[in-house]
Design a protein around this ligand. Structure first.
Ligand code: N01
Length: 867
């Protein structure tokens, strides 16, 4: 007999998960007057803190900050007993929250959602649960956590062991007694590092199987930090506000000390202070550049390794415990209580799986390449299928029968880490693309939940019932998430942040590393711009303001923010002399650029007088001769000199393997149009004539320039063609001025706020050329004859007023039969590429430029490019 179809229950919203995120989401949805049902496969609230009951489990964010802030009375009533609370205490806290707000009545425990399918007709989610319930809801909210899906054990023979088996992530409620037992722990991440000292207290023998040595610092646990308590007592609201607008979700004074430039004494002092403090965000903030500069990172890493060596008595064990295969911070660092000291105990042994890998788990224990071990118990502390695991496993089917698993097969894609296109009304809290695991989860969770609740309220008030991100907005956010990661060292590590711990998982940097503050601002900006990038629909209405919320490279945005704080006068309000002085002052404080083989200064005798030049010779073998590149600096024909573009010239030399001859030329207003252009041509002629003396290969000569320097480089090419020589192999024009028309769309889009402004460009032109001359090809090469010019590489930047004229020049060259390569500096401004080692995201573009220069000289001896 067929079972009668069950009648679906209807709710406004279904929430999956009753941990930190799920509980607060439920609270906020109820507050909005929505009907809600929450599910959790656990028997009670707690999420992470319900399951991870292993000995030593505690939070590693100070408890003063690891708490809800939505309930002011709760904040006053609850006091944490320790700086880092234990799992039972945190679970008690979450139980109290559930009780205070009577949340349990809307939660079904020991029940899992087994599938969710978007019903296109009804515009509702159709949900089934493990107990066979059918539910329809408008909003489906995944509060399933980032580290909730244990990684399955891929170790050969894992099911064969005859003794006790434990997973730190699924610890038995009754606990485990290891007294007198021979115990193995596999894994040395946070769970292993927290549990190993406590397991060692009971076990008669403890063997720790380590695949990757991990960085860990002492937690110095004790009473909550007096300093943080004092700040909370003085002004709780201010403290919480500072947390919400901080980088990591904890008020932290970000340092401006750079590891590379700090003295040895300052380095040591800052490191020891962070070590003594025992906070993750402290040790990650010893130097401002440790997250992206390998050498600076190594200073911190070396000092941690010294600490390990001074703690662990056996030198071989100390060496094996010292991490050397990843930069500090790029895998989640740990806080420990006596971890390294544990290896001094006579009954504790470390097995380094790098030297003797596990071959198999056996009935009796573990067999490695070198030894057989017998055990009574094996503890797996092997981690999670992080961030995507629980979401992908949840059997979610969106529009057109497309599952989340299919959509994310090559890696997750989200808008703001909150939603994903094709899955209307599906919200994910702390999903990939959100700061989540890189931040204080409590702060991030409250922000996510508040944003979702605010969104549902706004939708209701505007008469909308569905919301979904657009493909454009989502791909823009994905790109931004990857751009943020790419300027750091994080993607270099085989970490769970990269999905590298799960065999076969796509390697994509999962969380948003731009910061809690930057993320909150992006979410707020989306709302302010009428839910930019979201499509909303309701009865008889639809709304979509499509777009990308963050298109600028993150480090460029930081530079602009920093400049704004300096309050410098706009250059176009200064005299030429003052503008030159300002430019020289800023140039004096920047990094020097890469090393090259040789740098020497000289002068070029030209009819108008001597032109100073600086020659950069590539390092390494073969010693030469090399192709030659004559380079002209930028500065609107008014500013700049041999120093101003020095780091860029070094970079071009190192990447291209060419001798770069940077030539200074006469400047306006002292020497107006066409002095600079004529000097450029004269310099090219001289370098060509003196190629051998300069260490160049005769006939292998390119010209290059940035901004106004690219203007005179382009003019020099036209003059050389007209004069029948010298032969020029190629021209590289970086963000060139090629026309005097200041009305192109890129002037409208980017004429203000990105360093080179329309006003400044006008100031440059006014200094350089009379209006009557500005259309002449010697001033505006775009208006000249382009036939017969050498192969060209043009670089344009998205946020440059000159962008469109660069594009126009490339198109016009192509139309004239000249091979033209257009390189787009995505998310960059006019000055980005000159900011070597400051705007790190410019490096890949400069790598392309170096490659383009090499293609101008196909017969040159190849050299190792700088990465
Ligand atoms: O997991 P992990 P975790 N054979 O992935 C090893 C949070 N957390 O549960 O590095 C042998 O970090 C693996 O080796 P490798 C925190 O965010 C917080 O410890 O992949 N070894 C690694 O050593 C943390 O980062 C707290 O080479 C294998 C270990 O197992 C995250 O949760 C406490 C292996 C797994 O480390 C995850 O921590 C606990 C194999 N086949 C956790 N597979 C707090 O303090 C894996 N490993 C709040």
């Amino acid at each position: 007999m067929n079972k009668p179809p069950s009648v679906p229950e209807h709710f406004d919203a279904v929430v999956v998960g009753a941990g930190f995120a799920g509980l607060y989401m439920l609270y906020r949805l109820r507050e909005l007057g929505l009907s809600v049902r929450a599910f959790d496969s656990a028997a009670d609230v707690g999420g992470t803190w319900y399951w991870n009951r292993y000995p030593g489990a505690r939070c590693d964010i100070p408890t003063t900050d690891y708490a809800y802030t939505f309930d002011p009375d709760l904040e006053k009533e609850w006091t944490w007993s320790e700086k880092y609370a234990t799992q039972p205490e945190i679970l008690d806290y979450l139980r109290l929250v559930a009780d205070r707000h009577s949340l349990r009545s809307d939660i079904e425990f020991s029940a899992a959602v087994t599938s969710a399918r978007w019903d296109e007709q009804e515009e509702r989610w159709a949900i089934t649960t493990s107990s066979g319930q059918e539910i329809r809801c408008r909003y489906y909210i995944m509060a399933t956590g980032c580290l909730s899906m244990p990684k399955s054990s891929e170790i050969e023979g894992a099911g064969r062991f005859g003794g006790q088996v434990y997973f730190t992530s699924r610890w038995p409620h009754e606990g485990a007694d290891f007294t007198g037992q021979r115990v193995a722990v596999i894994g040395t991440g946070s769970s292993g590092i927290q549990s190993i000292p406590l397991i060692a207290r009971q076990a008669s023998q403890l063997t720790v199987f380590q695949r990757t040595a991990n960085f860990s610092i002492p937690a110095h646990n004790g009473p909550p930090s007096a300093d943080r308590l004092k700040r909370l007592d003085e002004d709780r609201d201010e403290y919480r506000h500072a947390a919400r607008w901080s980088r990591g979700g904890i008020p932290t004074d970000l340092t401006d000390v750079f590891g590379m430039t700090a003295s040895e004494a300052v380095r040591r002092e800052r490191f020891e202070a962070a070590w003594a403090q025992g906070e993750l965000f402290g040790i990650l903030n010893v130097f401002a550049d440790q997250g992206f500069n390998p050498a600076s990172n190594d200073i911190v890493a070396t000092m941690i390794r010294e600490k390990i060596r001074s703690t662990v008595k056996d030198p071989g064990t100390a060496e094996a415990l010292s991490p050397k295969d990843h930069y500090f911070g790029t895998k989640r660092p740990c806080l420990d209580s006596g971890y390294f000291e544990t290896f001094n105990l006579p009954h504790v042994r470390l097995v380094d799986l790098r030297t003797q890998p596990i071959v198999s788990i056996t009935e009796e224990g573990i067999e490695t390449a070198d030894e057989s071990f017998g055990f009574d118990a094996i503890v797996y502390a092997t981690g999670f299928d992080a961030m995507t695991g629980a979401l992908v496993a949840a059997d979610i089917t969106g529009r057109d029968g497309w599952s989340l698993k299919e959509k994310w097969a090559a890696g997750p894609s989200t808008y703001l880490g909150l939603m994903t296109a094709g899955f209307p009304n599906l919200f994910m809290l702390t999903a990939p693309g959100s700061p989540s695991v890189l931040s204080n989860m409590a702060v991030s969770i409250e922000q996510h939940v508040d944003w979702v609740a605010g969104c549902l309220k706004d939708m209701r008030e505007a008469g909308f019932e569905t919301i979904e991100p657009t493909a454009l907005a989502e791909s823009g956010w994905d790109q931004h998430v990857q751009d943020c990661a790419a300027i750091t060292l994080y993607p270099t590590a085989s970490s769970w942040y990269m999905g590298a711990n799960v065999p076969g998982k796509p390697r994509v940097f999962l969380p948003y590393i731009g910061g809690v503050d930057a993320y909150r601002k992006a979410c707020d900006d989306v709302v302010e711009q009428d839910y930019l990038g979201f499509r909303m629909t309701g009865p008889g209405r639809a709304r979509c303001h499509d777009g990308v919320v963050r298109r600028m490279q993150p480090d460029v945005a930081l530079v602009l923010e920093l400049l704004a704080t300096l309050g410098l006068p706009p250059m176009d309000t200064l005299s030429a002399a003052d503008a030159r002085a300002l430019m020289a002052a800023t140039a004096a404080t920047r990094p020097p650029g890469p090393e090259v083989g040789e740098v020497m200064d000289g002068v070029i005798p030209v009819p108008a007088g001597d032109l100073p030049y600086r020659l950069y010779r590539p390092a390494g073998l073969p010693e030469g001769p090399h192709p030659l590149v004559v380079y002209f600096h930028g500065g609107g024909w008014v500013l700049g000199n041999l120093d101003s573009d020095d780091p860029l010239c070094r970079d071009l030399c190192a990447r291209s393997g060419a001798v770069v001859v940077s030539v200074n030329y006469r400047h306006a207003p002292e020497d107006r149009y066409p002095a600079a252009a004529l000097d450029a041509f004269a310099a090219v002629q001289w370098v060509d004539a003196n190629a051998i003396e300069l260490g160049g290969i005769p006939g292998q000569l390119a010209v290059a320039g940035w901004s106004a320097g690219a203007n005179i480089a382009a003019v020099a090419c036209q003059l050389a063609r007209d004069a029948g020589g010298p032969h020029i192999s190629g021209q590289l024009l970086i963000c060139p001025v090629v026309d005097s028309d200041l009305t192109r769309p890129s002037y409208q889009d980017n004429g203000d706020g990105y360093i080179l402004t329309t006003a400044l460009m006008r100031w440059f032109w006014d200094h350089y050329a009379d209006p009557a001359d500005r259309g002449d090809p010697l001033a505006a090469p775009l208006r000249g004859n382009l036939e017969g010019l050498p192969p060209t590489c043009i670089v344009t930047a998205d946020f440059d007023p000159l962008r469109d004229e660069g594009v126009a020049y490339a198109r016009a060259l192509e139309a004239a039969g000249v091979p033209a390569r257009l390189t787009r500096a995505r998310g960059h401004i006019h000055t980005s590429l000159t900011m070597v080692d400051v705007v790190i995201s410019g490096a890949p573009v400069r790598a392309e430029i170096g490659e383009a220069l090499r293609t101008f000289f196909p017969n040159a001896v190849p050299q190792e490019p700088v990465s």
